[in-house]
Design a protein around this ligand. Sequence first.
Ligand code: BG6
Length: 478
Amino acid sequence: MTIKDRPFPDGFLWGGAVAAHQLEGGYDQGGKGLSTADVMTLGTNEQPREITDGVVGGKYYPNHQAIDFYHRYPEDIKVFAGMGFKCFRTSIAWTRIFPNGDETEPNEEGLQFYDDLFDECLKYGIQPVVTLAHFEMPYHLVKQYGGWRNRKVIKFYMNFSQACFERYRDKVTYWMTFNEINNQTNFESDGAMLTDSGIIHQPGENREKWMYQAAHYELVASAEAVKLGHQINPDFQIGAMIAMCPIYPLTSNPADVLFAQRAMQTRFYFADVHANGFYPQWLLNRFETEHFNIDITEADLATLKAGTVDYIGFSYYMSFTVQGTGTLAYNEEHDLVKNPYVKASDWGWQVDPIGLRYALNWFTDRYHLPLFIVENGLGAVDQKTADNQIHDDYRIDYLTDHLRQVKKAVLEDGVNLLGYTPWGCIDLVAASTGQMSKRYGFIYVDENDDGSGSLKRYKKDSFEWYQNVIATNGSEIE
Ligand code: BG6
């Protein structure tokens, strides 16, 4: 069987993906409160973003302006429509709806903003695909409640979810509860813990324990949200969102293979709980032996069972590799080794298109659920020529190589894939570093790392390429 000249299935959702805090800007407009993303400064690959105690004068916070989508979205959506988008994945900034997080009533101006944004999409036949919590939460909940280490936050998240589900009941079908909930597997990263769980670690505390505790409350909140969403609209499709980095053994040494398996179990137990509705036994055993004393109640376990997800949304950028260490306690900060068979991006992310086909099959075998690739792409430095051209053939190559593997997984392996939304369809602020120079888009935004620039938009060469992929429903990918 060949994939040449064969299209993707009818109704395949081609689109693009972004997140509110990385493109909207307007961080203090429309009644919006301060979010965790608003207290992170500019960083680089070598220099992590600083997390400040509130907004500190004299520091630069890239998400405050981002690319000013808050004011420019009608023009941007029009350009997406010109590319032929069938869907547009974005998130709802929690702090536009509940500025502090613990109010009892939502902020009407924030709700109206997303009504207008979604209407603008629907006007062009683009369906919004919405993440509820994408790497941000009200900063007040961090300061006052300790973020997701506090059970009370479940209730606040439910208020937020309910307000969104009710308001956008007839505008949104595809939802995701928590973006890349499993990135906090790397609990030693301050950035990952703040963005996923609103946790600022105290010196000397057991970071791993608090990660598991926060993740548990998030998983319960997710399951509650799935239940509630289905009551509000039975047609809602509510998914998980998992950062998929397959973890390979460096060699066929059984010790490497076993360790890689445990690393996968560790990184993807979040998906197990989302999809199966219960914890894997190996992890419950680990909670015991490590004396983590995670607060998990019988009621929580019932909720997890009753609120399993409808599909698995996932991001795919890279694969990881590990070598046996003599213990099965996987520590992502220390245990990754270089894979000699794959190249890496300028930011050191291992580029591995075949890993995407592997991932699609792995998820299918494990959960038997529909899948949705909600992020994929290459962060690269682009050069704008004097006549405003951006020749990003490296991005076209990256995406073509990945789509080839996706197509094989769908057409040859029979994977049930709902759609494909490449990350950062328009250049935006990088989550890990806060840089504008780490660009993913089909549309170039004239903005530098320090926020200077005209913010004007320019089409890159990849724009026309992706437009053609959508117009031909992927049939030219071979
Ligand atoms: C994923 C996130 O981790 O990867 C996005 O869901 C993020 O928010 C994307 O932007 C790419 O990472 P980065 O750090 O290059 O922006």
